[in-house]
Design a binder for this molecule. Structure first.
Ligand code: ZN
Length: 296
């Protein structure tokens, strides 16, 4: 029987709407501070050779493994730390083998658990200069239309520049600075080999406006220009697999269901990145036009 698939651009539009609401540090009073699915467990699963999903239903954490240790991308909210640690071990990686943690951006829904996981694993943390201060303080910077939420401060062991790679054994991730959502928002790429086929994987930072003040942002005056540069940069990039910090943005969990149903290539989708970027750019431009109009 033919399977009905939702086109990626329709799924992206719906998921970005959710991410734009939920990826706020704390939403306005009308919106719950924390989405229920952020702490909802899911069975960890393999995405590609050496890459595993170890997050929850609504917040991603990814593990990149090597024989010499592993890299964790993101930690999710603080209360998930024991769950993420169990998930890591359940895919066969002892927690102490997590040697390096990188994060996509300094908001509590992605880094709240990092301080504890870092401590428990004895891992190093690498971060971009733009978000390092916020990570060390445990508080994001930038003017937003909601009150920010603190998280446990994180010791940064290494500052990573745009294009710089960090490695654990033969697991290597390269930083691609994609600021806007936060000043140091970092996407990370790696390449894995599936059979003889190289797969370019991009761990995509949030690129939603999500309550950021776009006009007259005193804490982050260059925010709109940064968003524009980020969209141009991501438009020129190519990824076979996109893994965002909010998994719904690329239907990560839905793809896993498809893999289990026999569609072994469900994670491979070079059309996903352009679709996500195009929708986010359109949403940003609409938000910027509205902010500029309001400022007149
Ligand atoms: Zn965020």
């Amino acid at each position: 029987m033919p399977r009905i698939r939702i086109p990626i651009y329709v799924a992206v539009r719906a998921a970005l709407r959710v991410a734009a609401i939920s990826c706020w540090c704390v939403a306005p009073a009308a919106v719950p501070a924390q989405e229920p699915d952020w702490t909802q467990p899911v069975e960890p699963f393999r995405i590609a050779p050496g890459i595993f999903y170890v997050g929850t239903h609504g917040l991603a954490a990814y593990l990149i493994t090597s024989k010499d240790g592993a890299i964790l991308v993101d930690g999710t909210v603080a209360e998930n730390a024991p769950l993420i640690e169990r998930n890591i071990e359940s895919v066969g990686v002892p927690l102490k083998q997590v040697k390096l943690i990188v994060t996509d951006h300094a908001h509590y829904d992605h880094v709240g658990a990092v301080a504890q996981i870092k401590r428990d694993a004895g891992a190093r943390v690498a971060a971009s200069a733009g978000d390092a201060g916020a990570l060390r303080r445990g508080m994001p910077r930038g003017d937003t239309n909601y009150p920010a939420t603190a998280f446990a401060p994180i010791t940064i062991n290494q500052i990573v520049a745009d294009g710089q790679s960090v490695a654990v054994g033969d697991a290597v991730v390269t930083a691609h600075l994609t600021p806007g959502h936060t000043p140091g928002c970092a996407s990370w790429s790696t390449t894995v080999t599936d059979g003889n086929r190289p797969l370019h994987v991009l761990f995509l930072c949030s690129i939603t406006v999500a309550g950021n003040v776009l006009v007259g942002n005193r804490a982050y005056p260059g925010i709109a220009a940064d968003f524009e540069k980020t969209f141009a940069k991501l438009s020129a990039m190519q990824a076979d697999i996109v893994l965002p910090s909010h998994p719904g943005v690329a239907d990560v969990l839905g793809r896993e269901v498809r893999v289990r149903a026999g569609d072994t290539n469900a994670f491979i989708d070079p059309a996903a990145l352009p679709a996500i970027v195009a929708q986010s750019k359109a949403d940003f431009e609409a938000a910027l036009a509205q902010a500029q109009k309001a400022a007149r």
